[in-house]
Design a protein around this ligand. Structure first.
Ligand code: ADP
Length: 312
């Protein structure tokens, strides 16, 4: 069983334009509309691959109603979303013909202490019902004044689930400083640089920083590097993960799909090599779709064969 938590789902609109010029009128066709949120996307990916998934989170206002009805129509996973006050956020992406991507992302409804506890209790209940330790993916931002929210979740949930996180900023730093460690983190290369307050330009820089005290006790660290693949640290091994060049259509959500692929493979008990292949193939398969947080099982199977792992 895989559980995902999304405290800030979004209503995504993706506009494909010929050009996008700041300060000018930019005309475009109708957007691709989709339900977004890192945990939802990761959960959908894992479910498409065949995992049993429950997506948990919060929804608010008219956007929340829209998201809820869209999720109800999805055949892939079960959902438990609490209604809260405010408005679930809009996230707008503009992609021009040169694949420049511009995003406008709202803050989202506030996660109060009460809401945070309700979600936590829901996850605890669902986790305890499972026969086998569930995989729990805590994903994405939360509009909260509590910078230790995810740390609190980790401390409460780490003993009953295998916790994967795809978060950034202060929330990430605080879980890394927590006495209870997550099993897996997936910063992208920019988030990794921000985390370590340093400049990281390429994979060699990533490798050089993998021994930093902040991350040395995390069993599985995946620093994703977009079209360059990723660098992974698993226990005492480091992998340079190379991926083939593809003609990406929309890489939005590729990191989420990567987390979904990793969650699926861990839930299946696959080897670290196979797990990394699933993560990368899912990120790439997502990039080959216009839809966000969506993968094709055929593409994943084909792409997996083209991923090269090198022990560093
Ligand atoms: P995030 O979406 O979290 O910023 P990345 O951009 O690093 O994460 O993407 C995650 C993974 O998705 C990459 O490691 C890679 O496997 C795949 N991916 C992302 N963008 C591309 C791309 N343009 N071409 C091929 N694969 C991509």
């Amino acid at each position: 069983m895989i559980l995902t938590v999304t405290l800030n789902p979004s209503l995504d609109s993706i506009y494909f334009t010929e050009t996008f010029v700041l300060g000018e009128m930019n005309r475009c066709g109708n957007p691709v509309k989709a339900v977004g949120g890192k945990g939802i996307n990761a959960g959908r990916t894992a479910a498409i691959l065949g995992a049993k998934v429950t997506a948990i989170g919060v929804l608010a206002g008219i956007n929340g109603d829209f998201i809820r009805s869209a999720l109800n129509k999805e055949p892939f996973f079960a959902t438990h979303f609490l209604s809260i006050s405010g408005e679930s956020r809009n996230a707008v992406t503009v992609m021009d013909q040169e694949k420049n991507q511009t995003e406008i992302v709202e803050l989202g409804p506030e996660i109060t202490a009460d809401t945070a506890e309700k979600v936590l209790n829901l996850v605890i209940d669902l986790s305890k019902k499972q026969k086998k330790e569930p995989i729990l993916a805590l994903c994405g931002s939360a509009n909260t004044e509590n910078d230790h929210l995810y740390q609190h979740y980790l401390e409460q949930l780490g003993g009953i689930s295998k916790v994967l996180t795809d978060i950034s900023g202060k929330q990430l730093k605080n879980i890394l400083n927590s006495p209870v460690k997550p099993y897996f983190i997936k910063p992208n290369i920019h988030e990794f640089a921000e985390l370590l307050h340093t400049t990281i330009k390429n994979k060699n820089d990533v490798i050089a920083h993998l021994t930093q005290p902040l991350i040395k006790d995390i069993p599985f660290v995946l620093v994703s590097c977009g079209s360059e693949g990723a660098i992974a640290k698993y226990k005492d091994r480091i992998f340079d993960v190379s991926i083939p060049a593809i003609d990406a259509i929309n890489p939005t959500g590729s990191g989420d799909a990567t987390v979904g692929g990793i969650a699926f493979a861990l839930d299946q008990g696959f080897s670290i090599e196979e797990t990394l292949r699933y993560g990368m193939a899912c990120g790439m398969s997502n990039a080959l779709e216009q839809a966000v947080g969506f993968v094709s099982t055929d593409n994943v199977e084909q792409l997996k064969k083209r991923i090269i792992l090198r022990d560093v």
